[in-house]
Design a protein around this ligand. Structure first.
Ligand SMILES: *Cc1c(COP(=O)(O)O)cnc(C)c1O
Length: 348
């Protein structure tokens, strides 16, 4: 069968199950393009399935991989829409640059997103909070142990119809020993190495009954960075505070959107170094009234308390400011509200 016929057959076979979860269901198609002899070939749509990769590929041996995550929405609309895909495009370029990998050109990046979104349009679940999660990624495919970049790469886009990522109001464990990212390292790049560094802390947090770990800076083990895959906010004296970006913190699109949206709604937002012990004191005195995390998957995850070894620090409220911001952002993403920032891109 030709690729086109295989793709058509895969789409025909696919049915959207009732239970979607987050990443449990794979869309029936994927996009793939290859870099050889210093240039990108044309991308093509393929049925979703296993890929062949050499065991010595640098992506496997040395973590030569960068990725992105964004959503296509189709709530009460026939044409799906993306949310700030240009921001994901720029960030993937910056991530690739940090790993000295070739950038994916804008046309190819959007061809990947749009081809997959169009092919899956009828499978984009249409209840508020649901979406098609898109995962573009680039990885080095050349086999070899020399410490340099690959000369061959592959760009792919896979996708998952997903539920609203409902996490409830979990607690989060402060990680005091391990470090996720250091200034000058790859923390600001969306790359697998950061997740490798966070796995032990994340696993320990979950074993302790918490959702995930909160990471502190590498030099002093004192300044808040972010969660393993989400940025961090606190409400202090009625104003929003979030750690200022440096080369160890991932610049979240949701973080940036919330900062702009909050200011638009009349809230004051501070981007600054946040000392963890100062924050714990402010939680104890009630000055810090609420904390939450944000990222594309959950939009906003309200946090009910921070755990510091055996001590639990519980702000007086959970999911008040967070719920308001979440609804304001989701309403724009789902085209239920005006888009004053021109964030929506419709896929026709
Ligand atoms: C992707 C990611 C985020 C969230 O970024 P969004 O663009 O808001 O989805 C935060 N932290 C890490 C480590 C990430 O990989």
């Amino acid at each position: 069968m030709s690729h086109t016929a295989e793709v058509a057959a895969a789409i025909k076979r696919f049915a959207l199950p009732d239970k979607l979860g987050f990443g449990a269901v794979n869309a029936p198609v994927m996009f793939s393009a290859e870099w050889r002899e210093q240039q990108w070939g044309p991308g093509q749509l393929l049925p979703y399935g296993p890929i062949e990769i050499l065991p010595g590929a640098r992506a496997l041996q040395y973590g030569e991989l960068v990725f992105e995550g964004l959503k296509a929405y189709r709530i009460g609309q026939s044409q799906p829409n993306l949310f700030r895909p240009d921001a994901n495009f720029r960030r993937m370029q910056q991530s690739a640059q940090r790993l000295s990998m070739p950038a994916v050109p804008e046309e190819l990046f959007f061809a990947g997103l749009e081809t997959v979104t169009r092919a899956c349009a009828e499978f984009i679940p249409a209840n508020s909070g649901q979406s098609l999660y898109l995962r573009p990624f680039v990885f080095g495919t050349e086999s070899g142990y020399l410490l340099r970049n690959s000369t061959t790469f592959r760009f792919m886009v896979i996708a998952n119809p997903v539920e609203a990522y409902a996490s409830g109001t979990p607690t989060v464990a402060i990680e005091r020993k391990d470090v996720r990212a250091a200034v000058g390292g790859v923390g600001a790049a969306k790359t697998s190495a950061n997740y490798a560094a966070s796995l032990r802390g994340s696993t320990a947090a979950v074993a302790g009954g918490h959702a995930v770990a909160l990471w502190l800076d590498a030099a002093w083990h004192r300044y808040i960075q972010e969660l393993s895959g989400m940025n961090f906010f606190a409400v202090i004296d009625g104003e929003l505070h979030t750690p200022e970006l440096d080369t160890a913190i991932l610049p979240g699109v949701t973080r940036d959107s919330l900062i702009r949206l909050a200011r638009h709604l009349g809230l004051t937002v501070h981007e600054r170094q946040m000392d963890i012990d100062e924050l714990l004191t402010q939680i104890s005195t009630g000055q810090c009234s609420e904390i939450f995390a944000c990222g594309t998957a959950a939009i906003i995850m309200p946090i009910s308390a921070l755990a510091d070894s055996d001590n639990l620090y519980k702000p007086k409220q959970t999911n008040v400011v967070a719920a308001r911001l979440r609804e304001a952002l989701l309403a724009i993403q789902e085209r239920r509200a005006p888009d004053p920032f021109n964030w929506i891109r419709i896929i026709s």
